[in-house]
Design a protein around this ligand. Structure first.
Ligand SMILES: *[C@@H]1O[C@H](CO)[C@@H](O)[C@H](O)[C@H]1NC(C)=O
Ligand SMILES: *[C@@H]1O[C@H](CO)[C@@H](O)[C@H](O)[C@H]1NC(C)=O
Ligand SMILES: *[C@@H]1O[C@H](CO)[C@@H](O)[C@H](O)[C@H]1NC(C)=O
Length: 360
């Protein structure tokens, strides 16, 4: 096992210090590589470096193997510019051993890009992570495309892609079916686009949760379009804690289809997850300001009665919400769906079904 650790590290070091154009590390199809936590550091000498995954990389499947090791990461690229991760290989988190255990004990069995720039990840299959499958953190100019990410619907915290403290990230043409968010967007993010994604089962595309520690949130220019939600617990969701400050603005969800989605359009500005709350729940005079949010061309079925739920703060209302060309009906014949608004202000255009409840 440590042989593979050394082999990968040595191959990366050689490629990263090569002065040739596009040095490449190849993970061949010949076998399943079992690896312990690995960090591939940049910067590299060449302006582009490739990591070609053809075979399978698996993490140790037994939680006990991780005792005494850093559980926060598994495969990490740190500080690399011009990284190209390609191939049709698989990254297997072997997370099932953790799914029955407390979340705190889970290693973050993910592929992480930390402080990377001008990089692409394409074509890879991800399965069964104990936590997020792909994390983009402190990075800029990242293209993520043609990925397949799957984990069982009941696997806790198995987000597909988590993006945080990053700018200019495009997630395109991917299939994500997991037990948590298909894509989750964290704090300090801007210019993030998510398009041509099939999402579900899972918790939808979520911005948040944000502001949990009373921090000043900065999230803007997030555009989600041509996403198909199927059997997910949410569609387009924004969730913030009342104790938070700052803003979430210039957001759009467009050309979305829904098939039996529980909360197709959902803003929860009163988000509270009792387990991690530390007294941060309940009515507060603070709030993260949510503004300039457009929902356009959203069509399909809801599996619950409240298809549109804009539950905004009493202290810091949502403003500049636009509902345009919305046609959501129940997935059960003969049943109605409704919209519910609390402190949600904005305008409607075109057909809005169920009838809008926005205040001007
Ligand atoms: C995104 O995916 C769509 C659909 O497959 C494709 O037409 C488009 O060119 C892709 N865009 C990028 C930037 O990869
Ligand atoms: C992101 O989406 C916005 C709005 O649809 C668009 O103007 C912008 O060009 C997109 N950026 C990328 C990198 O795809
Ligand atoms: C809105 O949020 C409050 C506070 O969490 C909750 O009590 C209420 O039920 C929510 N309303 C809807 C319609 O979800």
């Amino acid at each position: 096992m440590s042989f593979f650790f050394l082999a990968f590290s040595a191959a990366w070091k050689a490629a990263c210090s090569a002065t040739t154009q596009n040095p490449t590390v190849v993970v061949p199809s010949s076998r399943n590589f079992l690896v312990y936590p690995l960090i591939f550091y940049g910067p590299c000498k060449s302006s582009q470096i490739s990591f070609q995954l053809i075979g399978t990389i698996s993490s140790p499947s037994s939680p006990s193997v991780w005792w005494g090791r850093d559980r926060s990461k598994w495969l990490t690229f740190n500080g690399v510019t011009g990284l190209l991760i390609t191939g049709t290989g698989t990254i297997d988190g072997q997370g099932s051993g953790w799914w029955g255990q407390s979340c705190r004990d889970h290693p973050n069995l993910a592929l992480s890009l930390i402080s990377c720039k001008q990089s692409t990840i394409s074509g890879i299959y991800f399965v069964n992570s104990a936590q997020e499958h792909l994390v983009i953190y402190l990075s800029n100019n990242i293209l993520i495309k043609n990925l397949h990410i799957t984990a069982p619907e009941n696997s806790p915290n198995s987000d597909g892609i988590h993006i945080e403290a990053s700018q200019n990230v495009l997630v395109n043409n991917s299939v994500i079916a997991t037990g948590d968010d298909c894509v989750s967007i964290g704090d300090m993010t801007s210019n993030i686009n998510v398009s041509f994604v099939n999402c579900g089962p899972g918790h939808g595309v979520s911005i948040g949760s944000l502001g949990k520690n009373g921090n000043s949130v900065k999230v803007e220019n997030i555009h989600v379009k041509r996403v198909n939600f199927k059997g997910s617990t949410n569609g387009a969701r924004i969730k913030t804690w009342q104790v938070g400050l700052g803003y979430v603005r210039k957001i759009s969800f467009e050309h979305i289809t829904l098939q039996s989605v529980q909360n197709p359009i959902y803003i929860d500005q009163n988000y509270c997850d009792i387990k991690g709350a530390r007294g941060n729940c309940g009515q507060k005079s603070t709030g993260v300001h949510i503004s300039e949010v457009t929902y356009n061309d959203i069509v399909g079925t809801s599996s619950t009665y409240v298809a549109i739920n804009l539950n905004c703060s009493q202290s810091v209302a949502c403003t500049g919400i636009t509902l345009s060309s919305i046609q959501i009906r129940s997935d059960k014949s003969g049943q109605q769906v409704i919209s519910k608004c609390t402190n949600a202000h904005g305008t409607n255009s075109g057909v809005v079904q169920p009838k809008s409840c926005l205040q001007s």
